[in-house]
Design a protein. Structure first.
Lengths: 181, 181
């Protein structure tokens, strides 16, 4: 049976850490507002205008998307709870950099995307940043044939107020195709 | 050790079924390009302009976001593989409707969002639709206190070319807050 419930975006979403240089220091904010928007190598993040990270992305023109694994859920929650306006989050994670852009990336996260802002879209009191992917890093032990393996990466899923980890691989994209053509 | 890999948006993403009425019939397309963009009850989906569903959303002004559970991975993959331009997908799932909008929703999916298009943003050969949530449905047995429970919903995560299901609840949002204030 279906039940009508409140008009709330309960998710699910993927929890990611958005990174930027703010006042010369790395800063990371945990967000669910991340994703893909086309088949091009472009990601979006959406950040509240009052957030510390937003200022950094606007000033530097770069952001990173860091995919935490489930064993990093405590630090991930911390970076979504405590504002960079109130606390210095530059030492929560060890950072590294790529010459393609100024945004910091998190060493401990299994996958990192470095993005150059290409479009800025105001949405209510948030700003959506579209960024071209200019570098991608992954932990070597999370790769299967040069590509990140979902189970090894073990990303964190957000729904309602819970964080969840992954169990198993249940299928492969476009398998239906071979079975139906 | 970190390794630099190809500039590809490997994910992770959540697999959802975007629904719209196309030529008078329900049509569903599986996408990873779905998410939240602010704290308002607004979701986005991004659809390739040539896709059948895109035409339906443009014409009707409504779309639905249906969250499949892991046991629906085969039909989910089918709706991401086979185009509505080539096959009639109206009978893959049983549909239901809400008076707030014309987009069809999938009975079998544990959570459904009905959205009214409020903004249309062209991105390369895709169109990003922002939609205000005008109705939300959930299966009664997937609720905990009137809200969807991630483990009961058991959404599908996409990464690289794999589909994955959820294992366990590993934390609660803003728990770090109580420990740090």
């Amino acid at each position: 049976m279906k039940k009508k419930i409140s008009n709330i975006p309960f998710g699910p979403y993927i929890a990611v850490l958005a990174g930027a240089i703010v006042d010369g220091k790395p800063n990371y904010a945990t967000i669910g507002a991340y994703g893909v928007v086309s088949q091009k190598p472009v990601l979006y993040i959406s950040l509240k205008n009052s957030h510390c990270t937003t200022k950094g992305v606007l000033e530097s023109g770069f952001f990173s998307v860091n995919i935490p694994s489930s064993d990093q859920v405590e630090k991930t929650d911390y970076c979504g709870t405590v504002s960079g306006n109130q606390a210095d989050k530059s030492q929560v994670f060890e950072s590294f950099y790529d010459e393609a852009g100024t945004a910091p990336m998190i060493c401990a996260c299994p996958v990192n995307y470095l993005c150059k802002v290409t479009q800025t879209i105001p949405i209510f009191d948030f700003t959506m940043f579209l960024g071209e992917i200019v570098a991608v890093y992954a932990k070597e032990d999370c790769l299967s044939g040069e590509k990140p393996d979902g189970l090894k990466v073990d990303p964190i899923v957000l729904m309602n107020h819970g964080y969840f980890d992954l169990k198993s691989r249940i299928g492969t994209i476009f398998t239906a195709c071979s079975g139906n053509k």
